[in-house]
Design a protein around this ligand. Sequence first.
Ligand code: ASP
Length: 331
Amino acid sequence: MSRPKLLALLGVGLAAAALAEEPRPLAIVIHGGAGVIDPAKMTPERAASYRAGLAAALDAGYAILERGGTSLDAVMAAVRIMEDDPQFNAGRGAVLNHEGDAELDAAIMDGHGPRAGAVAAVRHVKNPVELARLVMEKSPHVLLVAEGAEEFALEQGVALLPRGYFRTEGRERELEEARRAESERLHAASLPGSGTVGAVALDAAGHLAAATSTGGLTDKHRGRVGDSPIIGAGTYADEACAVSGTGQGEFFIRQVVAYDLCALVEYRHLTVGAAVREVIHEKLRHTGGEGGVIALDRNGNIAMDFNSVGMFRAARDSRGRRDIAMYRDAR
Ligand code: ASP
């Protein structure tokens, strides 16, 4: 073999070895909603409790990635934990509609495929994110709503719960206040409830996934569906980028926020950080929309940003990062 050929082969071999040695980055980012509590009203006890809720979801999702699990399993686990935690506006403890019921929306998307499943306006499903995944995996559809979604849940062996399971005293109080302030509230650009939840993750195979779950807005009209279960609005993942949003859903739907952000990454080659800034601080703000997003790219770059007072959020990756924050100054 000639010397240049031998050197070329050696070069390829060394590059392959270097690639084999460099483990692919793992990352998970979660949010617990942008409609957060006024910092002036946040007690140290409540802050500690929210942080603990976020940490439990973050670490459970990350543990799945560390064991070699999929990003899809990681986002589902993180969201399910927050659905079961009554502090957040998803599953038990979700905000109540005008009739006093929790009406839940959720979506999950596997960027590898891509595949997606979503449910909207369900009232008896403990973990809407799990039902969204069943829609993705066990039906030919993407989005099922209301009674039809609950019939599908029964067909899949998912038990339905009485509506009282979802209602908490705190949310009942919030609904009373919202009803009292209704005439003002309808004209005010106030943020919905608090604590919509979402997650995005990157696994060892380099696949991205996203999931979002919410009760939507306090005192919303029965049948109102927000952005969370609308693929491309509040939830989106493809091979390059994964996004979960939180904020005033109507704005996110009209501006197709999650897909727009990924399109900026794909077509304008923006970093996720730059794309998030453009979407949240330029496009959304110009229309008066309030909220935030978490986003992740295939190299494990993380972005979490919002134009509201705060956004409960947390991130963890294989480079050693582990942050939990609520307001602008990373508190
Ligand atoms: N985006 C959710 C919705 O409008 C609410 C939220 O994120 O707080 O349904």
